[in-house]
Design a protein around this ligand. Structure first.
Ligand code: IPD
Length: 289
């Protein structure tokens, strides 16, 4: 039978609040947090505890669906087409460890590797973003996205170009090799003056969480988010929120950043992403040409 997306959404929301309690009551060890690959790639006992709580609850309630989580991922079990929960227990672990209040729990559900339900919750600010494919995106369950009552009313108009865009980027944890080179080239290209061949975006922000950057683009408080190197659990949940808010997620192209790859479309395991808010597919294509 087809998965009941509303039921899944409601259950994920309840799990997000439960996870939020663990995160809010946590006392992360700032002196010696566990590191995965280097000092920028962190995992704490709380990442593991939250993922364990979530995976146990999901397996009990939905035994037929797969589970794909950041802390239990292994390259031997890549994401498949089966209905799958795609979970990052704490997205923004570096923020969490530093008590910078932008960490969230990111709970997605994908079918055929297409995100279908997304719930993102930042327990520090008590903000929840959620969406079911085809049914719109909401902040705190009630306020439709994109937001329409911001001071900058332009923010819900089609983005007319990159020069007035507030752009989210992330350093990520890869600090060497080709992914690092791509990031540096993309940042340079986006930031540099037009007369020197850049796009000269208005400014950059880094919230320190892929999911929260995507939710900001969905709200219209940021315009674009580019990242090379994030994983499916970083993006699955917020992908639904972004696309239901009228935004799109495209291939961040390994080559030259803003020059969108030939395929344009991207997949959940694409690793390099460009998220753009609002407007039509054509106008978005114009923006990143
Ligand atoms: C990371 C954050 C970070 C992004 C990385 C992600 P984590 O997730 O979203 O902002 O730059 O690519 O892996 O490790 O905090 O769950």
């Amino acid at each position: 039978s087809n998965p009941d997306l509303q039921d899944i959404h409601d259950f994920l929301v309840s799990l997000a609040y439960k996870a939020g309690e663990i995160i809010n009551n946590a006392l992360p060890d700032t002196s010696g947090p566990g590191s995965k690959k280097n000092t920028a790639d962190l995992v704490t006992e709380y990442d593991r505890a939250v993922e364990n709580m979530i995976s146990t609850s999901l397996k009990e309630r939905y035994p037929d669906y797969q589970f794909h989580g950041e802390e239990t991922y292994s390259p031997d079990s890549p994401l498949t087409d089966a209905p799958t929960f795609v979970v990052d227990p704490i997205d923004g672990t570096v923020n969490f460890v530093h008590s910078f209040p932008y960490a969230c729990v990111s709970l997605g559900f994908a079918i055929n590797r297409i995100p279908a339900v997304g719930v993102v919750f930042n327990p520090s600010t008590n903000t929840l973003w959620s969406a079911i494919r085809g049914q719109g995106a909401f902040r705190n369950k009630e306020t439709p996205l994109p937001l329409k009552s911001k001071g900058n009313l332009e923010s819900v108009e089609p983005l007319s170009g990159l020069s007035n865009a507030l752009v989210a980027i992330e350093w990520g944890s890869d600090r060497s090799g080709p992914n690092w080179e791509t990031k540096v080239r993309t940042f340079e290209k986006l930031g540099k003056a037009k007369e020197e061949g850049g796009a000269m975006v208005r400014s950059f922000r880094s919230l320190g969480s892929a999911a929260l950057n995507l939710c900001a683009v969905a709200e219209g408080t940021m315009d674009v988010y580019w990242e090379g190197g994030c994983w499916e659990w970083d993006v699955c949940a917020a992908w639904v929120i972004l696309t239901e808010a009228g935004g799109m997620m495209v291939d961040g192209n390994p080559g030259d950043g803003m020059e969108v790859g030939q395929g344009w479309e991207t997949t959940l395991d694409g690793r390099k992403y460009l998220a753009i808010r609002g407007a039509s597919r054509e106008s978005q294509r114009e923006i990143v040409k």
